[in-house]
Each structure stands twice: as structure tokens, then as C-alpha cells.
Design a protein around this ligand. Structure first.
Ligand code: FES
Length: 87
């Protein structure tokens, strides 16, 4: 598991292996718009301020993945212990 931290509030939440970032945020009252939930459409794209995403989407290109400043919380995860999200 890893943690997601909400930059605006400082709240952080643990994301277990069997849940997506989107699911964990929704359970905690933070709704991110999603559509495909498969990493294809880009609807859920969220800015990352710190940490390294584990990109699982097909929406961003290689350069955008390498920049590590945005990710798709419907399906992507984290390589670092914490991801700080611009929410
Ligand atoms: Fe489509 Fe996340 S909802 S990429």
C-alpha cells in the first residue's frame, strides 16, 4: 500500500492493494470525476506535487509519464510511499 496526501487539507489516506486511489478518495468524501476507469479517457487526470506515480494508463504519453507531475487516479498507483496530490 501507499499513501495519498491532499495538498489543500494535509489529510492523507492509505491505498490498499485492492482499491484504487479514486475509490479511497471517494470513500473519504473527495470526488474525482471519472469516466472510463481504465486509464483511457483522461477524465480523472490529477496533478501530482510530490512522489512518483506508478502509471497504469494509456492516456499520457511516455514524456508525460516521465514528468511525474500528473497521473490517472482511476487506475494508476504509486512507486513512492507517498503521493501528494494537488487537490
Ligand atoms: Fe478514464 Fe481515469 S477515468 S483515465
Amino acid at each position: 500500500s501507499f499513501e495519498v496526501k491532499i495538498a489543500s487539507s494535509g489529510a492523507s489516506f492509505s491505498v490498499p492493494a485492492d482499491k484504487t486511489v479514486h475509490q479511497v478518495l471517494a470513500e473519504n468524501g473527495i470526488e474525482i470525476m471519472v469516466s472510463c476507469e481504465q486509464g483511457v479517457c483522461g477524465t480523472c487526470l490529477t496533478r501530482v506535487l510530490e512522489g512518483e506515480p506508478d502509471h497504469r494508463d494509456l492516456y499520457l504519453d511516455d514524456d508525460e509519464h516521465a514528468a511525474n507531475d500528473q497521473f490517472t487516479p482511476c487506475c494508476s498507483r504509486a512507486k513512492s510511499k507517498v503521493l501528494v496530490l494537488d487537490l
